[in-house]
Write a protein that binds this ligand. Structure first.
Ligand SMILES: CC(C)(COP(=O)(O)OP(=O)(O)OC[C@H]1O[C@@H](n2cnc3c(N)ncnc32)[C@H](O)[C@@H]1OP(=O)(O)O)[C@@H](O)C(=O)NCCC(=O)NCCS
Length: 336
């Protein structure tokens, strides 16, 4: 029997209008535009002035539904990858379900930081492949500005807010869609990138606030080293498993944490820079949103063609990392 395959049948993204430039950050912490650009590749990032992660997600989902021409009531499952849920509970997926009126959907949040979208894509694809569900929304959304310490120059330059969403449905041709996934976790990396306060270990108190424990902490150097190796290895692994050489891959979609990590990953995969999706300069690191945000922008510009092999790769807190291989099946918006 031919296996049932999940494919992306609609995609959308949203970034808030407010821009936070490197120049503006110069007024907030001891940093400068030249340092930020040369060490990270970031020029500016977007900030959601009002509202929550669900608001970012809803705007991305509305584009998905509009393009696909379906009502939200047809959605069966909503998976939301985020580290900045609107609140601890209920899940942001529940809040989104209500806001978009997806009354027939169940859903849940998934916490895998910068690898969150790939964890969610894999989970969503398996739900479709199982034959049980035919319309699964996979969302990557983060309002990073809600957990960034704008007094810490090590981290505040890196992050921005944004959301991306895809609709997964059964593929009409099993040769197309989400073909393969590899996901990894190494919990011993937890000490290098975390937000300590607010959970059951350190519930919010005056002391946790005073100690600035409700913000992102990162040992950038330590994370940088493992991120380069992890992302390059898992991306190469997915190519080898599917007998792909650099020339066979049309696009690499790397998580956008640092331009130097992206370049190193592409080099190790034998993929030239012109085949790497990069928008870190405009948005910084939007955590779970980076990959669908890239995919959606490139698709909107008509750069994705049916049959292209696209490798998605990410590395993030946990540590978590992974890669997916997608054979693109969605016609670009101009043609449809
Ligand atoms: C955060 C990161 C950009 C820092 O770059 P780096 O080259 O490692 O820089 P370092 O942390 O070694 O700092 C070098 C110097 O610049 C300084 N510096 C740090 N942030 C600065 C800033 N915003 N502006 C100016 N100087 C800064 C440091 O204090 C240090 O000064 P010192 O040598 O006098 O101590 C980089 O480590 C990184 O991208 N890490 C991984 C991020 C990632 O992938 N995360 C996973 C997914 S979220």
């Amino acid at each position: 029997m031919t296996p049932r395959r999940a494919t992306i049948t609609a995609i959308g993204h949203y970034v808030p209008e407010k821009v936070l430039s490197n120049k503006e950050l110069e007024k907030m912490v001891d940093t400068n535009d030249e340092w930020i650009r040369s060490r990270t590749g970031i020029r500016e990032r977007r900030i959601l002035a009002q509202g929550a992660t669900s608001d970012l997600a809803v705007k991305a989902i509305e584009k998905v539904l509009e393009f696909r021409g379906i009502n939200a009531t047809e959605i069966e499952v909503i998976i939301v990858a985020t580290v900045t849920p609107d609140m601890f509970f209920p899940a942001t997926a529940c809040i989104i379900q209500d806001k978009i009126g997806a009354h027939n959907a169940w859903g849940f949040d998934l916490s895998a930081a910068c690898s969150g979208f790939l964890y969610a894509l894999t989970t969503g694809a398996k739900l479709v492949e199982s034959g049980t569900y035919s319309k699964v929304l996979v969302v990557g959304a983060d309002k990073m500005s809600s957990i960034v310490d704008y007094k810490d120059r090590n981290t505040c330059i890196l992050f921005g807010d944004g959301a991306g969403a895809v609709l997964l449905e059964p593929s009409d041709d099993p040769g197309y869609g989400v073909l393969d996934n590899r996901l990894y976790t190494d919990g011993s990396g937890g000490a290098y990138l975390y937000m300590k306060g607010g959970g059951s270990l350190h519930p919010a108190t005056h002391e946790t606030v005073d100690k600035r424990m409700h913000y992102i902490y990162q040992d950038g150097k330590a994370v940088f080293k493992v991120a380069v190796i992890g992302m390059a290895e898992v991306a190469s692994e997915i190519m080898q498993r599917n007998n792909l050489k650099g020339d066979d891959v049309a696009w690499l979609v790397p998580h956008q944490a640092n331009l130097r990590i992206i370049d190193a990953t592409a080099d190790r995969m034998g993929i030239s820079r012109d085949k790497v999706m990069i928008n870190i300069d405009k948005y910084g690191n939007t955590t779970a949103a980076t990959i669908p945000l890239c995919l959606s922008e490139w698709w909107e510009c008509g750069k994705l063609k049916r049959g292209q092999n696209i490798v998605l790769a990410a590395f993030g807190a946990g540590y978590t990392w992974g890669a997916s291989l997608v054979k693109w099946s969605l016609a670009n918006p101009a043609k449809s």
